[in-house]
Design a protein around this ligand. Sequence first.
Ligand SMILES: *Cc1c(COP(=O)(O)O)cnc(C)c1O
Length: 472
Amino acid sequence: MTHFEPQTMGQQFGRRSWAEPWKIKMVEPLRVTDRDTRERALDEAGYNTFLLRSRDVYIDLLTDSGTSAMSDRQWAGMMMGDEAYAGSVNFFHLESAIQHYYGYRHILPTHQGRGAEHLLSRAAIKPGQLVPGNMYFTTTRAHQELAGGEFADVVIDQAHDPDDPHPFKGNVDLDKLDTLIATRGAANIAYVSLAATVNMAGGQPVSMANAKALKALCERHEIKVYLDATRLVENAFFIQERELGYQATRIADIVKEFTSHTDGAWSSAKKDSLVNIGGWLAVNEWPLFEELRNQIVLFEGLHTYGGLAGRDMEAMAIGIAESMQDDHIRSRIGQVRYLGELLTDWEVPIVHPVGGHAIFLNARAFYPQLSQDEFPAQTLAAELYLDSGIRSMERGVVSAGRDPKTGGHHYPNLELTRLTIPRRVYTQAHMDVVAESVKTVWDNRTAATGLEMIYEPKYLRFFQARFKPRHG
Ligand SMILES: *Cc1c(COP(=O)(O)O)cnc(C)c1O
């Protein structure tokens, strides 16, 4: 596996051990623009990087969702698509890949992660029930609220502190959850929504011990635990690296042990699983599965394709297997860390420890002159694009949205700009260019004057909101 002793991997990381376990077979040219072009493009996009045209982007770190490069094996799988309406061969490949690697009994494909979140929320939440979670995720919480649920944050406090070095900042605070159960009653809790890793906290992992203890607590109260498994493979890497007793355990075995502490899961396969589209939902209990299988035909498609083509399911089945390989995940996270180490060496404020899929710039520390009503993280994403054409995204007050009860903004403690690294797409030289551009924006930080929101959509506003400069 590696010529390093497993215990020293953490220290050696990012120096020499993680070279990509693949070589490049096909390339896609990148377009470099000048500053005038970028100013025009950003103005047309309402200062929202989600509204830029990708041809105006140089290095695209908007998201790691659906942006991975597929392998030659996956492309070969695409040619083996069985496009039957029902009972496609590729569905059965996908079903056995999920059963084998994640260990759940019953599975449904969905067009992407939110399709699965929608079905599970409808089937498992009664209006008025609480849904405790280890921090929120945008689409997850939106579907829980649409189904009449109320999100309750039970992540440990350290997750909200960008500088706290806790190795498992995604952990559930079991005391918080226990108090919630005691005060609101187990019957008023729909289920616990556990995410591994926690995207909004900076891609922070959950420990195996925490997952196990959570399951034990929930079992005592007959509460189910459903897992957002979107980045569980990345989470498994951190367990292998940091949790006592797992240094010699294979990633695939860690994943399987982790899921054994949950009752079901959903996933956006556009992340860990190395495909451009797709998702799934899996549970162990039959009556719930029957309900989900019944609902899927209304919203996604028949239960053997769920909104996907046969070829998509084949690519996903192969991608799941590739994602579990230890050398794959080590180089994936190694690249993220490499960028983090450059920025840390230059004293640029980022969330520590560096998580699995992205570097999160601490926009509050960039722009202490801006209040959250002036959208510091959105401003930082705009400045970075203007400097170099690198596209990042906001994870702060815009993403947090409004409180459905009061109508006011949620004001999250974390005001972050995310540089999300697609899997198997960019090289180390791209990471150097990114780091240098971030450094330039950091050096010019005192000049920033913030943004004003001039259009706000009702749902998931960060995708489509428009802004203009406050002074300009
Ligand atoms: C992306 C994501 C989702 C939603 O999945 P989509 O495929 O984008 O619909 C859910 N949870 C997490 C943690 C995600 O990152």
